[in-house]
Design a protein. Structure first.
Length: 198
């Protein structure tokens, strides 16, 4: 049995064990709708260096992300903290290319990464237009000065939520939590040269 098949079986068992009462039939459709959003639909350019810890069922892996979005091109490079390349995701328009030197992990799978990036940074109106036909919606709230964003499915279940740092993206840790496949990303933006976040 291949590594990918073993991983798929493991994830399915984990989902059944961790979330038996929740049904996320439309989550994959919502995720695909976000993946298909063009880089240009962000309506601005973005360049970030980030330290990212992905956690799946208590197991964690820490990597560095270099994210660059310019016009209609998105490039995300995953690196070890010593600079060894692990994977690259490139999107131009609606075309995606993924290359990797590591076994696929759900928390760092390209479709999840692209959907998560867009869910975190894209305007809420753009996200809701993309998923509106699925009767899903993105909502935002503020709790004790912390901004939160949640993707709700057609039954009102939270599929994914984001907790933005109170001190702003340049200095705090952003947390992305998935409930359809139980994993968490903890993202800290690193200072660019000169001490400012890009």
């Amino acid at each position: 049995m291949s590594f990918r098949a073993v991983l798929s079986c493991f994830v399915l068992v984990a989902i059944c064990a961790c979330a038996p009462a929740r049904n996320f039939d439309s989550a994959a459709l919502s995720r695909q709708a976000l993946v298909e959003l063009s880089p240009q639909s962000l309506r601005s350019n973005l360049a970030l260096s980030q330290s990212v810890k992905g956690e799946l069922l208590g197991e964690g892996r820490s990597v560095r992300f270099e994210l660059d979005i310019e016009n209609d091109r998105l490039v995300l490079v995953g690196l070890t903290h010593t600079g060894v390349p692990l994977f690259t995701v490139t999107q131009t328009g609606d075309n995606h290319v993924f290359t990797s030197t590591i076994p696929q992990n759900i928390a760092f799978a390209p479709e999840f990464l692209l959907a998560d990036i867009k869910f975190v940074y894209w305007p809420i109106e753009t996200l809701n237009l993309a998923i509106g036909a699925l009767q899903s919606r993105v909502v935002e709230s503020s709790v004790n000065g912390h901004r939160h964003r949640a993707l709700k499915d057609e039954f009102g279940q939270t599929v994914v939520d984001v907790s933005y740092p109170k001190t702003g993206l340049a200095s705090g840790t952003l947390v992305v939590r998935h409930y359809d496949i139980p994993y968490i990303l903890r993202i800290k933006t690193l200072p660019a040269q000169g001490g400012e976040a890009r």
